[in-house]
Design a binder for this molecule. Structure first.
Ligand SMILES: [Zn+2]
Length: 242
């Protein structure tokens, strides 16, 4: 299980090809409803604890405030054909469940993958953390259309326009500037939203969106050329807490 998760984390920063060469996409022959069949490695894509989900009916559980300590350690941005991703040097941490998770990378989905009470947002960022055993925790933040986003303003001009290209960032970035002012959040168990769809991922989705301008959205969409959101998956009895 943990080998799969680690492999997925690497795959996320790597190529579009699975081990056997089966190519996954967001539409058509290699689309989401085919992911589980493309290679045996993708068996989890047909699992019962998959992401993304429609976040609704949260049970109040008095979740503890999240403890992040983010450093300006994002040092390169990658276009892997599926998303645009900022990779981090070690040192940015999330304390969760008595364990330290390290921020590895963040990447974007347009439109959002998770929904909140049935509502889609034009953009969602996923901050991907791993503990020393390879267990994953992802913080999701929704963007609604509005004022220009200052954090994206620094990043957007540096996005590689070609797939499988990466750029060193001119100045290191912190993930802290992507978070809303208030950190109230939903929590649930889910999976990676791309093959191999490994489960056991701790999902933490911020309740409050941040803003992105129409121009910033258009710039992102102009680089990726296609939507990169997996459709929402059934909760299958999972409980969302807040
Ligand atoms: Zn993602």
């Amino acid at each position: 299980m943990k080998k799969f998760v680690l492999a997925a984390l690497i795959a996320c920063a790597g190529s579009a090809m699975a081990a056997d060469g089966a190519k996954w996409t967001y539409a058509g022959e290699g689309g989401p409803d085919q992911w589980a069949k493309l290679t045996p490695d993708n068996f989890a894509c047909a699992g019962k604890n998959q992401s993304p989900v429609d976040i609704k009916g949260a049970v109040h559980a008095g979740l503890k405030p999240l403890k992040m300590d983010y450093k300006a350690a994002g040092n390169e941005v990658l276009n892997n054909g599926h998303t645009l991703q900022v990779n981090f040097a070690p040192g940015s941490t999330l304390q969760l469940d008595g364990t330290q998770f390290e921020l590895k990378q963040y990447h974007f989905h347009a439109p959002s993958e998770n929904l909140v009470n049935g509502q889609s947002y034009p953009l969602e960022v996923h901050l991907v953390h791993a503990d020393k055993d390879g267990n994953l925790a992802v913080i999701g933040v929704m963007f609604k259309e509005g004022a220009e986003n200052k954090a994206l303003k620094a990043l957007w001009p540096q996005l590689p326009k070609e797939a499988n290209a990466k750029n060193a960032l001119t100045a290191p970035l912190s993930a802290a500037s992507l978070l809303p002012a208030k950190h109230a959040y939903f929590r649930f168990s889910g999976s990676l939203t791309t093959p191999p769809c490994s489960e056991g991922v701790r999902w933490l989705v911020m309740k409050n969106p941040v803003t992105v301008s129409k121009e910033q959205l258009a710039a992102f969409e102009g680089i990726l050329h296609h939507a990169n959101n997996r459709p929402v998956q059934s909760l299958n009895g999972r409980v969302i807490v807040d």
